[in-house]
Ligand binder design. Structure first.
Ligand code: ARG
Length: 456
């Protein structure tokens, strides 16, 4: 098939050069956005008197038909057609002849691909945001049902202070809600129209970019045509958001893998999201969680690949930029699949509340509260810290816990200890006693749940 740009060439490309040059294998994903952009462009050209209304309408109708045919699998894309833009234009011209050839007036593939890409990103961001909202709802439900479920909270992966499972779940809720707002920021910044910038310098036609922006749902037009065709910040920003989301999922997965182990025993993953071993009959492995953790590295790779691609590219368009799409597509697919599976997986987990509660017993998780008790009796905090430190050492040497030491013994460490120490250091009291906003206290977690509900 002859090339659209064949005019200044004396020889056609070799088969291998054609194959190497083509992007249709992956950018056919843009077919709907390409048709959407071309339709708006044709209508704009008619409004400005550059095409007749009849020509624009014929192009519009034919493009709609081509879209249907693509979806029905009736259009065969070719390597010779190079990319989605020229493949669709070729089919259009095959169907309506010279009128089809007029569509590319006042446009370049450089602004065409830029607009397709932004349209595509915008749609995917909306889908990913709604997946994250669904995950947030799932975490909210678990939190709501587990306001009384007590578990160890950790620092350095060492038992630190008792918290509620609800508090823990809401911590992740906050991360994913920041992710949604980060995506919204990214979407708002990318929602500017590059179309109408031509190859880089603009066009000699009296086009109406404001009309195009309105038709295609952009908030504004890109103000500089050179920037419009060479900017891929929007994709980099998306990949950065995607990496942060995957990092959040990966941290959560890591915790679930630990909690699901016999060593922790805090949860049991549903059989539907676990797999067996081909050799060890007893095994039930948390493969989905491990895969999400693993795929996080893959999305980081996608992000780095585009950062590396863009580094040092002179303005404006360079063919290197054709390689911008595969990492974005891979990140989009991986992200959507990971959030989806994660949401299903987390909603089917069984929490072993008794095991969680029993784990709070060991590890001196009430040591800080015991120190706070002495503060309330008038001892400066640093001294209290030291007194309780001595008690903990005594417990370790005698295999006991603070709450199991008789009062007479406690008094040897400080005469400020009274009978009420015991009710002050049971896990419920430790939790209830927290006063600060955002804390793990039952009351504070309820307030956090209510604030979330209100913000919806
Ligand atoms: N397939 C190309 C890409 O994705 C479209 C833009 C090509 N423009 C050009 N001047 N070669 O980057």
């Amino acid at each position: 098939m002859a090339k659209m740009w064949k005019g200044r060439f004396t020889k056609s490309a070799t088969q291998s050069a054609n194959e190497f040059n083509a992007s249709i294998q992956f950018d056919q994903r843009f077919y709907a956005q390409d048709i959407q952009g071309s339709t708006a462009h044709a209508q704009m050209l008619a409004k400005q008197g550059i095409l007749t209304q009849e020509e624009a309408d014929l192009i519009t109708e034919t493009l709609a038909q081509i879209k249907e045919d693509i979806e029905a699998g009736k259009v065969e894309f070719t390597i010779e057609g190079e990319d989605i833009h020229m493949n669709i234009e070729t089919v259009l011209t095959e169907r309506i002849g010279d009128t089809g050839k007029k569509l590319h007036t006042a446009r370049s593939r450089n602004d065409q691909v830029a607009v397709d890409f932004r349209l595509y990103m915008r749609e995917e961001i909306d889908i990913i945001s709604s997946l994250l909202e669904k995950l947030g709802d799932t975490l909210y439900d678990i939190a709501e049902k587990n306001q009384e479920t007590i578990m160890p909270g950790y620092t350095h992966l060492q038992r630190a202070q008792p918290v509620t499972l609800a508090h823990y779940m809401l911590a992740y809720y906050q991360m994913f809600s920041r992710d949604v707002s980060r995506l919204a920021d990214c979407r708002a910044r990318m929602n500017a129209l590059p179309l109408g910038s031509g190859a880089l310098a603009g066009t000699t036609y009296n086009t109406d970019r404001q009309f195009l922006a309105e038709k295609l749902g952009f908030d504004r037009v890109c103000p500089n045509s050179i920037d419009a065709v060479s900017d891929r910040d929007f994709a980099l920003e998306f990949l950065s958001c995607a990496s942060i989301i995957m990092m959040h999922l990966s941290r959560f997965c890591e915790e679930l893998i630990l909690w699901n182990s016999t060593e922790f025993g805090f949860i049991e993953m549903d059989d539907a999201f676990s797999t067996g071993s081909s050799i060890m009959p007893q095994k039930k492995n948390p493969d989905m969680a491990e895969l999400i953790r693993g795929k996080t590295g893959r999305v980081y790779g996608d992000m780095l690949s585009l950062y590396t691609l863009m580094k040092s590219l002179p303005l404006a368009y360079n063919k290197d930029m054709q390689e911008d799409k595969p990492p974005v597509f891979d990140a989009v697919d991986t992200l959507k699949a990971s959030i989806g599976i994660f949401t299903e997986m987390v909603s089917t987990i069984t929490f072993n509340k008794d095991t969680m509660r029993a784990a709070v017993k060991n590890g001196f998780m009430n040591a800080t509260d015991a120190a706070d008790y002495l503060v309330r009796k008038g001892i400066p905090f640093r001294d209290c810290h030291e007194i309780i430190g001595h008690i903990v050492l005594y417990c370790i040497q005698n295999s006991t816990a603070i709450e199991d030491i008789p009062l007479e013994k406690l008094k040897e460490f400080s005469d400020k200890f009274d009978e009420d120490i015991y009710e002050n250091i049971d896990p419920e009291s430790c939790i209830r006693a927290k006063k600060s906003e955002g804390s793990t206290s039952f009351e504070s977690v309820k307030a956090q749940l209510e604030a979330i509900k209100k913000s919806k």
